[in-house]
Design a protein around this ligand. Sequence first.
Ligand code: HEC
Ligand code: HEC
Length: 224
Amino acid sequence: MLRLRLFPTLLALAMYSAVATAEHEYDPDNARDINEVCAGCHEEFGQGGKQGKYPRIAGLPKNYLKKQLLLFQDRERPNMPMVEHVEKRQLPLDDIEDISTYLSRIKLKTRLPPVDENSPGFNAYARLREAKHLMQVPRAEGDIEKGGKIYHRECRSCHGEKGLGKKDIPPLTGQYTQYLWRQVDRFLKGERIHDEDEPDDELLKDFSREEIRDIFAWLSVQDD
Ligand code: HEC
Ligand code: HEC
């Protein structure tokens, strides 16, 4: 009788611990520690820098971040500067989970709301912190109108109405133009796969450089 009553409890416990190990619990302190390494190149709030030598990584979809880190780790996506920082010993799976959650939750602004610095509620320190979360892509050269048309026909279905990405697909708006160009070249050289569901579908190969330039011009003003 006793054993019968215990059984469901034990079963529930066993099931609980199986779920607990399968589902990693987000550790924000660990994430902040890891981000100190990333910030050496991608800056404190993941806003990237050096005109796109280092891409923006803040606010990208969590699963996209995770996937790219695993691709770097497995050397399936080339990235020499990051190699030593993504080795399994440096960045085990739990760390990849934590830093991906952390970065995906950072919201960067494109402009600061106007405030009255003389009002009694004005907090200079808070304002300074807010200013550090700013990122706006400089206007890229090209025909914005033409670019918008091509974008809507060819890219919107996956990258979203205004280029802000969708579910696990990265945004293009708010990302450095120079970095985006580098990725186009990687896709065309076969160093990266654009659409995993159709790996042989070379999405960008039918466009001229000028058409891609126009798309990037349109994207660069979507965050104005
Ligand atoms: C030594 C410099 C350096 C450090 C440190 C670094 N990165 Fe990077 N990272 C880069 C460079 C350069 C690229 C762009 C590679 C390319 O052009 O394809 C990049 C690209 C990325 C991308 C791809 C972005 C996208 O849109 O696909 C992610 C994600 C990323 N880094 C995350 C991280 C994380 C997380 C850390 C910390 C654990 C980190 N990086 C540390 C240099 C660095
Ligand atoms: C069928 C869906 C689909 C279409 C259509 C599509 N993309 Fe993508 N794109 C993706 C996916 C998925 C990724 C992420 C690939 C990965 O996981 O590495 C991506 C990534 C990118 C990247 C790299 C972003 C980064 O942060 O590294 C660029 C640049 C890009 N796409 C440009 C374009 C442009 C320009 C068009 C239109 C001409 C376009 N894409 C159309 C699915 C699509």
